[in-house]
Structures are given as structure tokens and as C-alpha cells.
Design a protein around this ligand. Structure first.
Ligand code: ATP
Ligand code: MG
Length: 233
């Protein structure tokens, strides 16, 4: 059985008399340990799906089974546990806590997840050994994103969800970030889902899910994903 099984998943918003479908009848599967790219134009429904998968929002209908459990059936308490322990999040604008240092940001996540990892060691692994005691405002965008990745990785999540993680980064920094995310899948066995509008990232995914107007347009499998070092985007 697939690690993530999405069946006829639908999420809509009511705007006055109009119903806006953000996700309509999505059906696809994702295997454990895959690096997945969800690709689509602005408004295609990418973030909506990621929020459903992260247990941050509730679908109207359909199934969203993760590791054998349909998220639709979880109680609020179980969903909170799922968000805390099973899922790591990386957002476009980092979402670090401004009055905590890099290390404290990571430590907080470690505590919430009940993980055993050392915050300093994880920050060192993303190349931030010398920045451990800096506050977010004292760090560059790429450094802040690496803190955000360290924070997500330190939870040792089964599932790492990333919404436009390289959206505001320059080319080389973006590649470094993608390499860290790929390592999570290849070396730690996490399932990593990256949402982007940038089609140039598609070749690095084991699986590429194309969303268009709230629907799945197609799903592609790359038997030999491209090496990020040689990626041009
Ligand atoms: N809370 C909401 N209320 C009403 N409509 C919403 C809401 N959230 C999303 N939508 C609509 O659902 C559709 C999908 O939005 P979503 O944020 O998932 O797109 P996206 O693919 O992430 O786009 P982007 O690349 O711009 O971030 C859009 O038409 C959006 O306007
Ligand atoms: Mg979005």
C-alpha cells in the first residue's frame, strides 16, 4: 500500500453564492521515501493540498490516507499529535520566531516533537555552526531558510512538507536548500513533498504531480531523477 493515498479529495470555499474549488477530486498516491514535486500555476491548489496533508485544514470529501490512517477520521487531539510529531514544515518565508535565536528556534521544535536530536548538531549539518546564536533578523534569507529546514529536520518527521522553499532565494542558495531536502529523502528515508510553480524543478522529483485548475492534470515518474548539482533553473 502506498504511504500517502489520495482519493477523490475535494476542498472548496464558499464565496457568497459562488463555490470555489481549490482541490477537486484529486486522486494519486505517493510512496514512502519519495521526493515529490507538486507543480502548478498560481491558484492551482498547491498550498491547499499541502495544508490538508499537513493536518492544518479539513477536506470537504474524499480520502487522505497517510501511513494507513485517513486524516479525515482523526480527532483534533490526534491531528495535533500528527502535526507535532510526524510532519515537518518549510515555508516560503521561513516563519521563524523572531525573538528566538537559530538554536532556540530548533530546540523548540525538538521539544514539541519529543525528538532526541541536538539542535546545535542539526544546525551544523546545514552549514550554520557559526550562526547558532544569531536571531533571524541577523541572518540572510538563505540562512533563515536553512534554520527553517534544520527546525523541520530536527523533528525527525516521517513527512516533510515544503511550500515554495526556494521561492525567494538566489540560484545557488536555492540549490543548497534543495540538496538538503533531497538528503532528507535519500539518507533519512523521509517522504519529502515540495510545492512549486517552477517547472524547472520537476526533473529532481521521483514523482511529479501536475495540478491545474484544482485538478490533477498528470502524474509523472522519473526513474532517474536529475542530480541537483547539474540542475539549471
Ligand atoms: N481561504 C480561502 N478562501 C477562499 N478561497 C481560497 C482560500 N484559500 C485558497 N483559495 C482559493 O483556492 C484556489 C487555490 O489556492 P491555493 O492557495 O491552493 O493555490 P496555490 O497553487 O498555492 O497558488 P500560489 O502558487 O499562488 O501560492 C485559489 O483560487 C484561491 O483563491
Ligand atoms: Mg500557494
Amino acid at each position: 500500500m502506498a504511504y500517502i493515498d489520495v482519493k477523490n479529495l475535494t476542498k472548496s470555499y464558499q464565496m457568497g453564492a459562488n463555490t470555489i474549488y481549490a482541490n477537486q477530486d484529486l486522486t494519486f498516491a505517493i510512496n514512502e521515501g519519495e521526493l515529490v514535486i507538486i507543480l502548478g500555476a498560481s491558484g492551482a491548489g498547491k498550498s491547499t493540498f499541502l495544508n490538508l496533508l499537513g493536518g492544518m485544514d479539513q477536506a470537504d470529501s474524499g480520502q487522505l490516507v497517510v501511513d494507513g490512517t485517513d486524516l479525515v477520521n482523526l480527532s483534533e487531539y490526534q491531528k495535533t499529535e500528527y502535526r507535532r510529531k510526524d510532519v515537518g514544515f518549510v515555508f516560503q518565508f521561513y516563519n521563524l520566531i523572531p525573538n528566538l535565536t537559530a538554536k532556540e528556534n530548533v530546540e523548540l521544535a525538538v521539544e514539541i516533537a519529543g525528538s532526541q536530536l541536538d539542535a546545535g548538531a542539526v544546525l551544523t549539518s546545514v552549514g550554520l555552526k557559526k550562526r547558532i546564536d544569531n536571531f533571524p533578523a541577523q541572518l540572510s534569507g538563505g540562512e533563515q531558510q536553512r534554520v527553517a529546514i534544520a527546525r523541520a529536520v530536527a523533528k525527525q518527521p516521517k513527512l516533510l512538507l515544503c511550500d515554495e522553499p526556494t521561492g525567494v532565494l538566489d540560484y545557488e542558495t536555492g540549490k543548497q536548500v534543495l540538496l538538503l531536502l533531497q538528503d532528507m529523502a535519500r539518507k533519512k528515508g523521509a517522504t519529502v513533498v515540495i510545492v512549486t510553480h517552477n517547472a524547472a524543478l520537476a526533473p529532481i522529483g521521483d514523482r511529479v504531480i501536475h495540478l491545474r485548475d484544482a485538478k490533477v492534470e498528470k502524474v509523472e515518474l522519473n526513474a532517474h531523477p536529475q542530480d541537483i548539482q547539474t540542475l539549471e533553473y
